[in-house]
Design a protein around this ligand. Structure first.
Ligand SMILES: Nc1ncnc2c1ncn2[C@@H]1O[C@H](COP(=O)(O)OP(=O)(O)OP(=O)(O)O)[C@@H](O)[C@H]1O
Length: 299
């Protein structure tokens, strides 16, 4: 067991108490964020100065063509890679100012991760997998929170099962519970439905959305799937390492047409800010999760 206290006993600067809730409104912020891989003629500019913030208590999807910088942005938000320029803030904490040890502890204490591969430990039961981050942090299980998670995620009957005895969708729900068990300020999800059939994928997306609406979490998810993105409150679009627009209250149709416009460099319906097309999606009768249909749709 390790202690939850950061190395050297110095606590992380926590979020500021400037707002009425005692927390900054942005769960995470990128400021002029740039990442270049390699040097000279071989340099790849994966991010070219991105300014974006992710509101606390919201579900945001990041979309864009292949190679547009989505994973790079997610990794920098997670403190898993270092920026070439710019800053990443988790609440008010500047990740770019932290040591590797501090980053490791920050990830354990303040972030949750959900991956395409569920990354569960096969020898542990579902319950042991869920509580593993607490074991690693030397923290006791908040049984009430555990119960809430297990109920919301429909896992109560599955807690003694090992991953091999669970369906893909159930395994991903265990992974979501594991990501949420520490009550992280921010949950980062990288293609969480990429390995699931459409029904299990819809369930997982619905749970991610409920974790935001009912459990007060903040989720940022990278996805290639317009229907998956339509479960979010907002879609941030990247193209060629730069912010290329956003869709609020997204429907699958609005997301698809925004992506099509990006790929063909056509102007997008909506308001244009500089070179960035900003699309305001209708929450009208388009049938996506954000148009008010219950329980999510197929993918
Ligand atoms: N470790 C690396 N070394 C060199 N180039 C990299 C590295 N990681 C990413 N890149 C390049 O940076 C650019 C952005 O990559 P990134 O993986 O962030 O894009 P993405 O939008 O997530 O792509 P995809 O949708 O295909 O997963 C790409 O051109 C990619 O080839």
């Amino acid at each position: 067991m390790t202690s939850t206290a950061p190395a050297g006993g110095t606590p992380f600067p926590g979020p500021s108490t400037g707002s009425s809730s005692g927390l900054p409104t942005a769960a995470a912020t990128a400021v002029g964020l740039a990442k270049t891989y390699g040097r000279g003629p071989a340099a790849v500019h994966a991010l070219r100065g991105v300014d974006v913030s992710f509101s606390r208590g919201a579900f945001t999807a990041i979309m864009g063509p292949s190679g547009s910088g989505k994973s790079t942005l997610l990794h920098l938000l997670a403190g898993l890679d270092t920026a070439t320029a710019g800053r990443v803030l988790l609440g008010d904490t500047d990740l770019t100012s932290l040591s590797d040890t501090q980053l490791t502890l920050l990830r354990r204490q303040r972030l949750g991760f959900v991956f395409q591969q569920f990354n569960l430990l096969p020898v542990l039961t579902a319950e042991q997998n869920i509580t593993l981050p607490l074991e690693l942090g030397g923290t006791t299980v908040d049984r009430e929170w555990m119960g809430d998670l297990v109920d919301v995620l429909g896992l109560r009957e599955r807690l003694t099962h090992r991953p091999a005895e669970l369906s893909g969708g159930q395994q991903q729900r265990v992974a979501i519970a594991r990501a949420l068990i520490t009550k992280p300020e921010l949950v980062l999800a990288d293609e969480p439905t990429g390995n699931l059939d459409s029904r299990s994928g819809a369930e997982v997306l619905e749970f991610l959305r409920r974790s935001v609406r009912e459990l007060g979490r903040t989720v940022v998810m990278v996805t290639h799937d317009a229907v998956a993105a339509s479960y979010a409150d907002r879609v941030v679009l990247l193209a060629d390492g730069a912010l290329a627009g956003e869709v609020t209250d997204p429907t699958p149709e609005a997301v698809t047409s925004a992506l099509d416009a990006l790929r063909t460099s056509l102007p997008v319906a909506g308001v244009t800010t500089g070179s960035i097309p900003v699309v305001r999606a209708s929450s009208g009768p388009l049938g996506g999760p954000n148009s008010g249909s219950a329980g999510g749709n197929g993918r």
